[in-house]
Write a protein that binds this ligand. Structure first.
Ligand code: DAH
Length: 340
């Protein structure tokens, strides 16, 4: 032990005291150096082994260590006590108003999907999902869509170099689910779809659909489909909503219909929203075509079922009175937060 070593210990002690930002940390420094089993005690005990010529010097340094550390600790403690309660974070003023962060809200498209799923879930439907990148087989062929159908045109669908495409509808999920399960089936399939549409007030190249599929081993009829969609219409749009079916054609259902809901704005009397017809087109639907059942290995003699598909943006626009589909994708919070 020599004077230099004691001076080094003093340096170390002072720098630790300066770095301490809480009363507890200061106390820990005090105990480490000045405590009963601290370093200063060790130095004092070691004095008797120091050569007599150096003993006075070492003693003086030890004293200086004690004095200067004590006074620094006192000073730092006082400074900490005078600082605000959270003085550790320099510059923080707890009396200033806090930073307000707006709570997030669900996008209207997400909300409509959640509402739809909740309504169908009450009737025993579960959610199934499929890939956005689909095979030609699942998106078209298995759905009984002939090669000359316009939706297969290069100008109507996004084709990838691999020969796959971005799905134009959620209907291929019907095929994927039936391929992987035995009947009965009761699913809804929300998801994104893509078409090479020119964007305007009612078209977007990227949009969402919800598909439904019900297959049973007992006979299922168009009346079952209609009562299901009528229940959905009332739950989604209000208790006085009615539904009607119009004959239509889809390759994967026979017979096929389009399903309209009474206009929720005028209640069916006719207004600008429903183009004075009293009705708003919401879904395509029908009884699953036997050829689709055969494609997935189901026996059309023993199973029957219905399917429907509807545009999520369309429902959102009708329900919330949105005039232009593009507003749903502009991410303008002034618009989006209105539907919270
Ligand atoms: N996939 C059709 C479309 O995008 C909608 C549709 C019609 C779905 C009839 C169905 C259905 O499941 O049975 O236009």
């Amino acid at each position: 032990m020599n004077a230099k070593a004691v001076r080094d210990i003093r340096e170390q002690a002072l720098s630790e005291a300066n770095a301490a930002t809480t009363a507890a940390a200061l106390e820990a420094v005090r105990i480490r150096y000045l405590g009963r089993k601290g370093l200063l005690q060790d130095i004092m005990k070691g004095l008797k082994d120091v050569p007599p010529a150096e003993r006075a010097d070492v003693g003086r340094e030890a004293n200086a260590l004690k004095k200067s550390l004590e006074s620094l600790l006192r000073e730092r403690k006082g400074a900490l006590e005078r600082a605000p309660a959270v003085g550790a974070a320099a510059g923080f003023d707890p009396t200033l108003p806090g930073v307000w962060r707006a709570p997030g809200v669900a996008h209207p498209v997400s909300r409509v999907i959640e509402d739809c799923v909740r309504i169908f879930a009450r009737l025993g439907f579960t959610v199934a999902e499929g890939p956005d990148i689909e095979t030609r087989y699942h998106n078209f062929e298995a759905l009984n869509t002939p090669p000359h159908h316009p939706s297969l045109d290069a100008l109507d669908t996004f084709w990838l170099a691999s020969g796959e495409c971005l799905r134009t509808q959620t209907s291929p999920v019907q095929i994927r689910v039936m391929e992987s399960r035995k009947p009965p089936v009761r699913i809804v399939t929300p998801g994104r779809c893509y078409r090479r549409d020119t964007t305007d007030a009612t078209h977007s190249a990227n949009f969402h659909q919800i598909e439904g599929l019900y297959v049973d081993c007992a006979p299922v009829s168009l009346a079952d489909l209609k009562s299901l969609l009528a229940y959905f219409a009332r739950e989604m749009m209000g208790p006085s909503t009615d539904v009607r079916f119009r004959p239509h054609f889809f390759p994967f259902t026979e017979p096929s219909v389009e399903c309209d809901f009474t206009c929720h704005v005028c209640g069916g009397k006719g207004c600008r929203v429903c183009k004075f017809s009293g009705w708003i087109e919401i879904a395509g639907a029908g009884m699953v075509d036997p050829r689709v059942f055969r494609q997935v290995g189901y026996d059309p003699e023993t199973v029957s079922g219905y399917a429907w598909g509807m545009g999520v943006e369309r429902i959102a626009m009708v329900k919330y009175g949105i005039a232009d589909i593009r507003m749903l994708y502009e991410n303008d919070l002034r618009f989006l937060t209105q539907f919270a």
